[in-house]
Ligand binder design. Structure first.
Ligand SMILES: NC(=O)c1ccc[n+]([C@@H]2O[C@H](COP(=O)([O-])OP(=O)(O)OC[C@H]3O[C@@H](n4cnc5c(N)ncnc54)[C@H](OP(=O)(O)O)[C@@H]3O)[C@@H](O)[C@H]2O)c1
Length: 251
């Protein structure tokens, strides 16, 4: 039987390329994002690769429209095997503007977007006693980073949330998988002006990510070099982060 996968943020980058990997396996794929024209292009390529795409256009920060799309996908396909909460935004937030709009937008997309996506699938997966909940966090989700307060906070929050779900539902047959990419070549990193260590091609990353999902890895960090660096990031003393921040940081 064809695997049923629902992906948020499938109009570009990691979500798009993971959709192609599932399409090659003949999957039924819920492709979702806000930009419908891009979703249509991704859907056409998924079809060419052997997949069966269904497009849903919504904003993940809107709980009702996200749930509506998920409920429709589950009902049409009589269940769901994998949900990938991948949609996210990054970038600098102007902390001195005097208002919280930008910060809240990022928190709501990156955190509420994940709970809005993952929680509506749980009743169905609990009933089936199977399924995979995949959350795309980041290596930025291991330590508060200067100039990236909302982004790193959002990625830490969703990693913790997914870990907690894993403990809570450990005997229910559902796998909770957290993906922590380093720097991957997508629209998100295209705008970065700094040198990005171990920058990885998105197609290569998607192939590795789908293998990690197959193996039910609890936490998957890639490129591999970050597996050695992340533990160091976690124990680096505050004074060193303060020093780095004092060199070039927008407050
Ligand atoms: N690239 C990296 O180096 C890297 C590293 C670590 C983690 N990540 C994470 O990987 C995920 C995918 O990022 P990417 O690199 O593939 O970037 P991307 O190419 O910019 O893709 C982001 C995707 O999220 C969707 N999206 C953004 N806001 C949304 C919203 N409010 N509602 C619905 N969809 C929304 C976008 O579609 P629309 O604009 O069409 O809605 C797009 O499909 C993100 O969570 C990101 O934080 C990326």
């Amino acid at each position: 039987m064809n695997i049923k996968v629902f992906i948020t943020g499938a109009s570009s980058g990691i979500g798009e390329y993971i959709a192609y990997e599932y399409a090659k396996r003949g999957a039924i794929i819920g492709l979702t994002a806000r930009r419908k024209n891009l979703l249509e292009q991704v859907a056409a390529k998924c079809k060419e690769l052997g997949g069966d795409p269904i497009i849903y256009q919504f904003d993940v920060s809107d709980a009702d429209s996200t749930k509506q799309a998920i409920d429709d996908f589950i009902q049409k396909n009589n269940g769901i095997d994998v949900v990938i909460a991948n949609a996210g935004i990054s970038g600098k937030v102007d902390l001195q503007s005097g208002n919280s709009d930008q910060t809240n937008r990022m928190l709501s997309t990156n955190i509420l977007g994940v709970s809005n996506t993952a929680l509506p699938v749980l009743p169905s997966m609990l009933k089936q006693k199977s399924g995979k909940v995949v959350v795309v966090s980041s290596i930025a989700g291991f330590r508060a980073l200067p100039s990236r307060s909302s982004y790193s906070a959002s990625k830490i929050a969703i990693r913790f949330m997914n870990n907690s779900w894993r403990y809570t539902f450990q005997k229910q047959g559902i796998n909770f998988i957290t993906i922590c990419p380093g720097f991957i070549e997508t629209n998100m990193t295209d705008k970065n002006k700094f040198k990005m260590p171990f920058l990885m091609n998105v197609d290569v990353f998607a192939k590795k990510m789908i293998k990690a999902i197959d193996k039910n890895k609890k936490t998957y960090i890639a490129p591999w070099q970050w597996n050695f660096i992340v533990p160091l990031i976690r124990i680096v003393p505050d004074w060193l982060i303060n020093f780095a921040a004092s060199k070039k940081v927008q407050k």
